[in-house]
Design a protein around this ligand. Structure first.
Ligand SMILES: Nc1nc2c(ncn2[C@@H]2O[C@H](COP(=O)(O)OP(=O)(O)O)[C@@H](O)[C@H]2O)c(=O)[nH]1
Ligand SMILES: [Mg+2]
Length: 176
């Protein structure tokens, strides 16, 4: 389950991760759980299409817990051994969003919740990481946009305040 602010790079990272996992012999399923921005589902479908990796979306529903559960059932029936949830973000920390993400966590018990952080966020990354960790309990961090004009100091701060490892770093816009 990928979480993070809007624009942090969740959808891009979902594609990169799916591609990496497939190279390692897995059979991933991407799931569109960002149901509020109409373009978001389409974006994930384009990402999946470009990689030839399946994407589960349910455009008829805004119930993200339901969608995530449906996706788990599809994954079982289609023998997908990794499910990657691309969730919604907001521009700022938002109680409603946190509640929704908590509900998804309760609903499907993901093996890992990874916080996607734009490395250009600077010191605000500390607040973001603290808040997501306190509300959800994250298992690791993925830093994105390390190709940008940044010194990556956020990485050190995020690791310190959450006590969680930086699992991946994204350093390009392109997915493959
Ligand atoms: N340069 C660069 N751009 C990135 C990287 N990861 C994501 N982006 C860009 O950041 C923007 C937001 O990414 P997106 O995946 O849509 O973020 P989301 O809102 O969290 O799903 C898009 O324009 C991406 O192309 C990265 O590692 N490097
Ligand atoms: Mg997105």
């Amino acid at each position: 389950m990928l979480v993070g602010l809007q624009g942090s790079g969740k959808t891009t990272t979902a594609g990169k991760l799916a591609n990496l996992l497939r190279k390692q012999g897995k059979n991933p399923l991407l799931v569109a759980c960002d149901v509020y921005r109409p373009a978001a589902i389409k974006q994930l479908q384009v990402v999946g299409g470009s990689l030839n990796i399946p994407v589960f979306a349910n455009e008829a529903s805004k119930d993200v817990v339901h969608i995530a559960k449906q996706a788990m059932n599809i994954a079982i029936s289609k023998l997908n051994d990794v499910v990657i949830l691309d969730t919604a973000g907001r521009l700022h920390i938002d109680e409603e969003l946190m509640q929704e993400l908590q509900n998804v966590k309760q609903g499907i018990r993901p093996h890992e919740i990874l916080l996607v952080v734009d490395s250009m966020t600077g010191q605000d990354a500390v607040n973001v990481a603290t808040s997501f960790n306190e509300n959800l309990g994250i298992d690791g961090v993925i830093l994105t946009k390390l190709d940008g004009d940044t010194r990556g100091g956020a990485a050190l701060s995020v690791k310190k305040v959450t006590g969680r490892p930086i699992k991946f770093a994204g350093s390009r816009r392109k997915i493959k």
